[in-house]
Write a protein that binds this ligand. Structure first.
Ligand code: MN
Length: 149
């Protein structure tokens, strides 16, 4: 796990985003941040191994079964990012507004990110139930969908 890619993209004197550090908490939190950047998207983040594994989901994580959404994996974010909301200034990486759309706890059911298939449970306010993340051959592209209530 590394935050180098995250830190390289940002100038922390000019953004209120946390510079962050790797922090192992075993809290198994997740967050979805609605990010109104140049293009609106939703950032889905799972707390794992001291960082937030992160995906940009252009159409959002589905609340219902039967909908599959593209999730593009992005750089690991620091766990402190889980509480971040606010405005990223014009000209900075990811410029726009970030708001927490949902958050809660997650629990692994089976699989792993390394194997390209992870089944897990989400217990948030909007997102609840069993979900799957499955990786395409192109390594950054995943599908996320709900399998059970
Ligand atoms: Mn984003």
């Amino acid at each position: 796990m590394s935050l180098i890619a995250y830190q390289k993209k940002r100038e922390f004197s000019r953004t209120s985003e946390p510079s962050g550090e790797i922090k192992k908490t075993n809290l198994f939190r997740f967050v979805v941040q609605k990010h109104q950047a140049r293009n609106l998207h939703y950032d889905f983040r799972l707390e794992m191994e001291g960082v937030l594994k992160s995906w940009a989901v252009p159409k959002g994580v589905p609340e219902e079964r039967g909908i599959k959404r593209l999730a593009v994996q992005v750089e690991d974010h620091p766990v402190d990012y889980i509480n971040f909301s606010g405005v990223i200034s014009k000209g900075e990486y990811g410029a726009g507004t970030v708001e927490v759309w949902d958050k809660g706890k997650w629990k692994i059911i089976e699989g792993s990110l390394g194997s390209g298939s992870l089944k897990f449970n989400l217990a948030g306010k909007k997102l609840k139930g069993e979900y799957v993340l499955v990786r395409f051959k192109e390594k950054k592209n995943w599908l996320i969908y709900k399998t059970k209530i």
